[in-house]
Design a protein. Structure first.
Length: 175
């Protein structure tokens, strides 16, 4: 009997602050869904966002997507890393520094995963307006599986005036 493939609900953060930022993000989304192993289930608005942790760099374009995927967590991580490399991302010279494309798994179903290469939920997502606001665009009632709060509650209690999240004027349509 053949194994049944299960679709997993996964939220992925997308960002870029080098080159054609929005085009980089859109290319990353297209590369993730082109194989058919993952399909787009939701897309946030795209935002101009101020850099966090390493402020001496250009602002980012950020968004989040919800995908349905048959890929296991580590296989998905490998796919995201390969896409980033294909788009020209090199090893980060500066932690949280400039990047052509950044793809991060934020949530994978309601699972909690702690492995040397992968931590889910993303360990800093609850501190990042550029992550929480886009997830709220897709589904504000998603529960953080460790903190037990909705992403909307986490965003409303975020106390960091320096994190600016401004919707882009021209929003692409992906769904």
């Amino acid at each position: 009997m053949a194994a049944v493939k299960t679709d997993h609900a996964v939220f992925v953060s997308i960002g870029s602050n080098l080159g054609g930022k929005l085009d980089n993000c859109l290319s990353g989304i297209a590369a993730l869904t082109e194989s058919g192993e993952s399909s787009l289930a939701g897309v946030s608005r795209f935002y101009r966002t101020s850099p966090v942790d390493y402020a001496d760099q250009d602002w980012f374009v950020n968004a989040a997507i919800e995908i349905r995927t048959t890929m296991a967590p580590l296989a998905l991580l490998d796919k995201l890393v390969a896409i980033q490399r294909r788009m020209g991302r090199k090893a980060d010279a500066v932690r949280f520094g400039p990047r052509v494309l950044d793809l991060d798994i934020l949530l994978y179903d309601d699972r909690v995963i702690r492995m040397p290469r992968l931590t889910i939920p993303h360990p800093r997502m609850h501190k990042r307006a550029f992550v929480l606001q886009p997830i709220c665009d897709i589904n504000p009632s998603i529960i953080h599986p460790v903190l037990g709060q909705t992403v909307a509650d986490l965003l409303s209690h975020l106390d960091d005036e320096d994190q600016r999240v401004i919707p882009l004027e021209d929003q692409p349509t992906l769904l």
